[in-house]
Write a protein that binds this ligand. Structure first.
Ligand SMILES: [Zn+2]
Length: 44
């Protein structure tokens, strides 16, 4: 999968998603990377 330039710079577009279990997590809308467990800082 090609990574968009913005993502390569670390500027992911985080969106909220939820697992089938109903647990929320964040995923990049562009490259699909998931952010893992909720952290203190959420850039974009
Ligand atoms: Zn991304």
């Amino acid at each position: 999968m090609r990574k968009p330039v913005a993502c390569r710079l670390g500027w992911h577009k985080w969106v909220r998603r939820s697992t089938p279990d109903g647990e929320l997590y964040r995923e990049c809308a562009r490259c699909g990377r998931d952010q893992g467990p909720p952290g203190p800082a959420v850039p974009f």
